[in-house]
Ligand binder design. Structure first.
Ligand code: GCU
Length: 630
C-alpha cells in the first residue's frame, strides 16, 4: 500500500494523526511537505506497454458502498476484489455477484456518458478484467493508470496492490509479485464521491465524471529502470546565447548503484554522452549541443531523445520527443527564448467535443486542437486540473503553449495539513508527468480561492514547492475578480506576492455590472505579467437578439468588445484567456432551454457549433489587436 494512501485516506485515522505532526510543521517549512512520490514512470506513452484498455466488467456499489467500505471505514479485501463466481445451485451465499457475466464499460472513459443509468451516478463502481501475461525473470511490472476519478483501490489476482487519491494525475502500482503465468485478473474500485477535504472539494462548477477516465496499461521494465528524467535548456539568471545550446537536468534509474552508466543521445542535436548515477540512482548532467533549434509557437521543434541504462537483458531503453525552450518573466513581460510574447489563448475543460464526457482519445484531442488553430490561438489554459497527456503531446507538436494546474478550486480545506500533503502529492504528479513538455510554460497552484491568511500561507508554500520541483517555469494562479468601487477595480490579494505571473479572473459585463461599464474601469494590478485568465458571458448558440439581451450571441460579443477596451488600458496584460472554448456540463447550470445542465460561456457549443464570439477572437488574434507583448 502506498505511503500516499496512508496520508490521505481519512478512513485510517491512525496514519493521519502521525501525519498531522509531520505536515503541521510542513506548513511552516514547505520542504518537509514534499511527499516522496512512489514510483511514477515518466514517458510511459513512449514505452512498449501491454494495454489494458477495452471493455471491463463492472458492478455498481451504491452508497454507502458496503462492498468496498466496511462499517469501520476500512477497505474490504474479501468482497468483489476476490472475483469469485457464484455456483447458482449451491454457491456460498455471500458471493452474490459475478463479474464474468456483468455488463461492461469502455476503458478509458467516464461511466456517466456510457450508460444513461449511470449519468448522474456518483459513488463506487468496481471494474474487473482478465488478462494474459507471461512474467519474465529479472523484470518488474507496474500497472500504469493515466487517471481515475476520484479515489482508486487496486487488486491483482486477489492481492491488494495500491490505493490512489486524485482524479486527474497518473499513478503506477507495482504488480510484479501478484502476477502469474497465463490468466490473471485485475479489480479496481473507483469512488467518484466528492469530499469536503478532497482536491477539488465538493462545490465544483463542472461535471464530476467518474471512472477509469484515462488509459490503463502494464509496463514491464528491468530490475534497474529509468523512471524519471528532466532534460531542459540550461536556465540561468538571464537567457543567454550560451545557454541556448546547453542542456542540463538528470536521469533517474531506480535500483541503480553508484556509477551505473546512463547514455543520453540526441542525434539531431549532436549529443551523445554517457552519464554516471550517484548513490541515489540519479545522473545529473550538463552537455553542449552542437546545434539546437529552440521550440516556439512558430517553430515547435521536437528532438528524438534516446535514454538507456544498464546492459544486456538488464538494459532499460526509452525514447521521448522533447522540445527545448526558455520561458521566464522579466519585469512585467513574459519572455520565450528571450523574446517578449503575448498569449492569445482560451480556457478549456476536458469535455469531449460532440460526444461530451471526459476527453480521453486521439479524436477528442484532434477536435480541440482544430478549434484552437482555427481561433488563431497560441495558448490554452487547461482548466482546472491536469488533462489527458495527449493534450500536452499535441501542444508540443503544434506549438500551443499551456497553463497547467492542479484542482485547488475555490473552497478547499486549507486549514488541514493532510490536505496540504495531498496538494503537494498532486503537484508532484503533475510536474513529474509533464516537466519535459516544452508546451507547458506555467504551473498553476489554484483557482479563485478565498483571500485569507491560512489559504495564502498554504498556497505560498505550494508555489515555493512548485519552484523547488521545477525552477525553470514561472508559477501562477487565477485570482477571483475584485468588486468594482465606482470605476475602480483594485487587485490586492496577497497571494499575488507569491506568483511570477498573475492570473486575473473577472467578469465585468456578466457577473459584475453592465458590458459598457468596462469602458470606464480603471484597474490597479501588481507590477507583474497579468493574464486575464477568465472573462466572458453566457450565450446559447443560435439564440439571437439585441446586443444588450443576455444569453444571446450578440450580447456575448458585446461583453467582449467592451472588455477589450478595458484590457487595452492595462499595460502589464500579457495574455487573454476567455472563459471558455466550449460549453461544458455543470450540475449548477440549470436554466431550462438556456443552460439545461451546461455552462454556456463557450465560444463554441458542446456540439461544435461556433458562436459569433468565436469569430471575434479569431479576428482579434489574427490582427493582434488587443494587448501588447511589451
Ligand atoms: C469561475 C470559475 C470557473 C467557472 C466560471 C463561471 O471563474 O473559475 O470554473 O466555470 O467562473 O462562473 O462560469
Amino acid at each position: 500500500m502506498t505511503s500516499f494512501s496512508k496520508i490521505v485516506s481519512s478512513k485510517w485515522t491512525g496514519h493521519r494523526n502521525a501525519l498531522l505532526s509531520l505536515v503541521c510543521c510542513a506548513i511552516a517549512s514547505p520542504l518537509l511537505a514534499q511527499q516522496p512520490l512512489k514510483t511514477l514512470l515518466v514517458g510511459v506513452d513512449h514505452r512498449t506497454v501491454t494495454s489494458l484498455d477495452g471493455n471491463w466488467h463492472y458492478l455498481v456499489d451504491q452508497p454507502p458502498a458496503r462492498a468496498l467500505y466496511a462499517p469501520d471505514g476500512k477497505v474490504n479485501d474479501k468482497t468483489y476484489a476476490l472475483n469469485t463466481h457464484p455456483n447458482i445451485d449451491s454457491g456460498p451465499h455471500n458471493a452474490e455477484y459475478d463479474f464474468a457475466t456483468a455488463p461492461t464499460l469502455k476503458v478509458p472513459g467516464d461511466w456517466n456518458t456510457q450508460d444513461p443509468t449511470l449519468f448522474r451516478y456518483e459513488g463506487v463502481i468496481w471494474y474487473q478484467r482478465d488478462f494474459g501475461f507471461e512474467p519474465k525473470p529479472n523484470t518488474r511490472t507496474f500497472l500504469h493508470i493515466g487517471a481515475a476519478n476520484y479515489k482508486s483501490f487496486v487488486w491483482v489476482n486477489q492481492k491488494r496492490i495500491c490505493d490512489h487519491e486524485g482524479g486527474f494525475t497518473p499513478f503506477d502500482c507495482e504488480v510484479t509479485a501478484a502476477l502469474k503465468p497465463g490468466n490473471n485478473f485485475v479489480v479496481i474500485a473507483v469512488d467518484s464521491t466528492r469530499e469536503v477535504d478532497g482536491i477539488p472539494s465538493v462545490g465544483i462548477d463542472w461535471f464530476n465524471y467518474g471512472g477509469l477516465t484515462r488509459d490503463v496499461s502494464l509496463v514491464t521494465v528491468p530490475m534497474q529502470f529509468i523512471d524519471d528524467y528532466d532534460i531542459h535548456l540550461k536556465h540561468g539568471s538571464t537567457f543567454s546565447a550560451a545557454d541556448a545550446t546547453t542542456l542540463t537536468g538528470y536521469v533517474h534509474v531506480v535500483g541503480a548503484t553508484a556509477g551505473t552508466p546512463v547514455t543520453l543521445r540526441i542525434p539531431e542535436a549532436g549529443v551523445d554522452t554517457t552519464l554516471k548515477t550517484d548513490a541515489d540512482g540519479r545522473a545529473p548532467f550538463e552537455v553542449k549541443a552542437s546545434k539546437l533549434e529552440l521550440w516556439s509557437h512558430e517553430t515547435p521543434k521536437l528532438y528524438k531523445v534516446e535514454l538507456a541504462s544498464g546492459s544486456g537483458d538488464q538494459q532499460d531503453k526509452l525514447t521521448d520527443d522533447i522540445g527545448f525552450r526558455d520561458i521566464r518573466v522579466d519585469g512585467t513581460r513574459i519572455l520565450l527564448n528571450g523574446k517578449a510574447i503575448f498569449l492569445q489563448g482560451v480556457n478549456e475543460h476536458a469535455e469531449a467535443p460532440y460526444r461530451t464526457g471526459r476527453v480521453c482519445t486521439d479524436e477528442d484531442v484532434k477536435n480541440i486542437f482544430g478549434f484552437l488553430k482555427d481561433m488563431n490561438a497560441n495558448f490554452v489554459r487547461l482548466a482546472h486540473y491536469p488533462h489527458d497527456e495527449r493534450m500536452e503531446r499535441e501542444a508540443d507538436r503544434d506549438g500551443i503553449m499551456i497553463w497547467s494546474e492542479i484542482p485547488l478550486w475555490q473552497h478547499i480545506s486549507f486549514d488541514k495539513p493532510e490536505v496540504y500533503a495531498k496538494a503537494t502529492y498532486m503537484l508532484n504528479e503533475m510536474i513529474r508527468r509533464d516537466r519535459d513538455k516544452a508546451s507547458v510554460i506555467l504551473w498553476s497552484v489554484s483557482n479563485e480561492t478565498p483571500n485569507n491568511p491560512t489559504r495564502t500561507q498554504f498556497l505560498t508554500n505550494l508555489a515555493n514547492e512548485a519552484r523547488r520541483l521545477d525552477p525553470t517555469r514561472p508559477i501562477t494562479s487565477a485570482i477571483i475578480g475584485p468588486h468594482a468601487k465606482g470605476n475602480e477595480m483594485v487587485e490586492n490579494d496577497p497571494l499575488t506576492n507569491a506568483l511570477d505571473v498573475v492570473g486575473q479572473n473577472e467578469y465585468v459585463g456578466w457577473y459584475e455590472g453592465r458590458p459598457e461599464d468596462a469602458d470606464n474601469i480603471k484597474w490597479t494590478l501588481p507590477q507583474k505579467p497579468i493574464l486575464i485568465s477568465e472573462f466572458g458571458a453566457e450565450a446559447k448558440q443560435g439564440n439571437h437578439g439585441g446586443k444588450d439581451q443576455r444569453w444571446t450571441e450578440e450580447q456575448q460579443v458585446n461583453v467582449y468588445e467592451h472588455q477589450f477596451v478595458m484590457i487595452n488600458k492595462i499595460p502589464q496584460v500579457r495574455g487573454l484567456i476567455p472563459w471558455i472554448l466550449m460549453d461544458f456540463r455543470s450540475p449548477t447550470r440549470n436554466i431550462p432551454k438556456l443552460q439545461d445542465g451546461f455552462n454556456r460561456k463557450g465560444l463554441i457549443s458542446e456540439d461544435g457549433k461556433k458562436k459569433q464570439a468565436f469569430y471575434l477572437f479569431q479576428k482579434t488574434y489574427k490582427e493582434h489587436s488587443v494587448g501588447k507583448a511589451e
